[in-house]
Design a protein around this ligand. Structure first.
Ligand code: PGA
Length: 241
């Protein structure tokens, strides 16, 4: 794993957007997996802007959404689906055939999990995954205590995720479970980037980078990724110097 510290959120986001653009330029049929959330928001906006301005062909990529809240409809503003749709899929005109998002409303979540794992295997794995980090050190919905050996799965949400997750919703929302890619997918991805910005993430980033690798802080697994990057702004990286 390598650590990269950027001046501010804008510089961090521009660098992450460049990773997406460079990938698709070099490998038009790339498999790209993004997280939703506040952290990757500007990355998505800048990547879409560059894709359009520089006429980069996204028509052969495969797009995968990292995770979804179980029981939350796709048109709910707080769903991951809504985030991807608004900030990436629609602006780039990606047809359904290129887009793979978990359906949090599915009556058969195990089938969702199986379909995602089969798709990723069939595509030969993920080329680039860009994730954020939760205040409890989760990646996607890989919550503290999760097995490092899991591919996609359904998981009970940690209390910190339930409380912190309210920020995405217009009104108080019952959040109990998530459906998520597993850390095995992260570790098998050809390149993994964990991004964080703002001083509120400084302590969890310090732990993720410096603490012993343990499933009690799932993001520590990034330390073992052969082509893994932790990219932070100066505020989130302030305890690393
Ligand atoms: P955030 O979420 O980007 O909204 O801070 C990160 C996460 O919980 O994984």
């Amino acid at each position: 794993m390598q650590l990269k510290i950027f001046k501010d959120y804008a510089a961090l986001s521009a660098a992450a957007a460049s990773e997406i653009i460079d990938l698709v330029k070099n490998k038009p049929n790339a498999v790209l997996c993004l997280a939703s959330g506040e952290t990757p928001k500007l990355t998505c906006i800048l990547a879409v802007e560059r894709a359009i301005n520089e006429k980069i062909d996204f028509s052969n990529i495969t797009f995968i959404g990292l995770d979804e809240w179980v029981g939350i409809p796709p048109d709910n503003d707080g769903s991951c689906h809504h985030f991807f749709d608004t900030l990436f899929i629609r602006p780039l005109n990606l047809p359904d055939s290129q887009v793979h998002l978990f359906d949090g409303l599915s009556g058969n979540l195990q089938q969702e999990v199986k379909a995602m794992d089969e798709l990723i295997a069939k595509k030969g794995g993920i080329d680039l995954v860009i994730v954020g980090i939760g205040m409890n050190g989760h990646i996607g919905f890989n919550e503290p205590g999760v097995s490092f050996d899991l591919y996609s799965h359904v998981i009970d949400l940690d209390e910190i995720t339930v409380t912190g997750g309210q920020k995405y919703f217009k009104q108080a929302t019952v959040l109990k479970q998530g459906i998520t890619l597993g850390l095995k997918h992260l570790m098998e991805s050809k390149k993994a980037i964990l991004m964080a910005n703002s001083s509120k993430k400084a302590e969890v980033i310090r732990k993720a980078v410096k603490d012993k690798v343990s499933n009690e802080l799932p993001a520590t697994i990034m330390q073992q990724h052969k082509n893994g990057f932790v990219m932070v702004d100066e505020d989130a990286g302030s305890l690393l110097k």
